[in-house]
Design a protein around this ligand. Sequence first.
Ligand SMILES: *[C@@H]1O[C@H](CO)[C@@H](O)[C@H](O)[C@H]1NC(C)=O
Ligand SMILES: *[C@@H]1O[C@H](CO)[C@@H](O)[C@H](O)[C@H]1NC(C)=O
Length: 357
Amino acid sequence: MAYLTHFILLLLINLASSQQISNTESSSSTTTNPTTTEDCNNRWIYIRNLPSSFLHGMGLFDFLQSDEPGIWNRHMGHDHFLVMSRPAWDFCQPLDNDPPIWGTSFLELPEFYNVTVLVPEGRAWPWQEHAVPYPTSFHPPNLACFEAWIQRVRRSRRVSLMLFAGGGGIGASPNIRRSIRTECENANTSMTKDNTGYSQICHIVDCSNGICEHDPIRYMRPMLQATFCLQPPGDTPTRRSTFDAITAGCIPVFFEEMSARSQYRWHLPEEKYPEFSVFIPKEEVVFKGLKILDVLMGIPRSEVRKMRESVIELIPRVIYRRHGSSLGLRTKKDAFDTAIDGALQTIKDKLNDLSEQ
Ligand SMILES: *[C@@H]1O[C@H](CO)[C@@H](O)[C@H](O)[C@H]1NC(C)=O
Ligand SMILES: *[C@@H]1O[C@H](CO)[C@@H](O)[C@H](O)[C@H]1NC(C)=O
C-alpha cells in the first residue's frame, strides 16, 4: 500500500444533478500551508500541523453545507460518494484519541456516515467504504495497445513457478513473508528443471526501501515470466502487487481473505476466486509447515492454463485506461467504470431502502 502518494482526491458526484461534477483538492483553513510536496502528501497522516484529527473532513462538510446546501439536503448525503486514496484504517482513529495516535478520524465523523467511500482497502466489516483496485503502471490509450499487451501476456513463457515481489520477512519473528523467503532459498537447491519443467522455482524481486517505486519494469518483466505471484499481507492485508500480477497474467496466491476476496467485490466477484487464484491460509504455512511449493506443484498443468485464462479475462476490469483514451477502448469497462457503476448502484439501493422506510 506504500505506493500511493496523492493523499486525498475528492470526487463528489451528485446523482440528481449529474452535470455538476466537482473535483476538489482537499484543503482546510485549519492547517498552515504546506511548504514542500512531502508536507502536502503527509500532513494529514503524520499530523504535524493538525491540532485534532477529527477536524479532518470538517472543512469539506462545511463547504458542502454552505456552497449548495440543497444538494446535500435532498438525501442528507446518502447520494454522495467520495474517493480516498489510502486504506480505510488510516481514517478510523476514534474521535476521543486526542492527540491521535495515527491517521485521522474522517470515517468516524457522523457528518460523513451517509456518504459512500471508495478506498484501496476497506476495514474488516466495512459498512461505509468499498475497496477499488490500486492503480498499476499500465494505462493503455487505445484498443490496439491493450490488445497487444494481452497477446504478450498470453504468449509469455512462464519460466518460473512462483514469484514474490516485495520486501520484509528479514527479521526473526515468524510471519508469512519470512516463510516465503525461507522456502525460496531452500527451493533452489532441491529442485531441478528436469523434475519440475520450470527453470526457476522461486523468484524473489527485492522491492525493499521503495526501490520498485516508479520502476515497474523491475517487477513486471519477472511477473510476465512467472506462473504464480505470491501476495502475502504486509503492513496491511492488501497489496498493489495483486493488480500488477493480474495485469501480467500471473495467477495470484492469497494467504488471507482480507487481501482481496473480502475487498474488491465489484471488480473481482467473490465466487470466481477459485477460478483465478489460489488460497493458502497463512497459519498453515507459518505454523504448520505446509509448503507453498507443494500446493502449487500439485495443481495440474491443464488447470493452471485455465486459471491463467481466467486471470487474463479480469485484466480489463482492473486497469485504469489512460485519460482521453480512444473510443474503441472505452467500449470495455475499466476499473474506474466498474467503481462508478458499483457506487451508483450502492447509492440507488440505499435510496430505495430509505424511501421504503
Ligand atoms: C444521515 O441520514 C439520516 C437519515 O437517514 C439523517 O437523519 C442524518 O441527519 C444524516 N446525516 C447528515 C450529516 O446529514
Ligand atoms: C534461484 O536460482 C536462480 C538461477 O540459478 C537465481 O537466478 C535465483 O536468484 C535463485 N533464487 C533464490 C531465491 O535464491
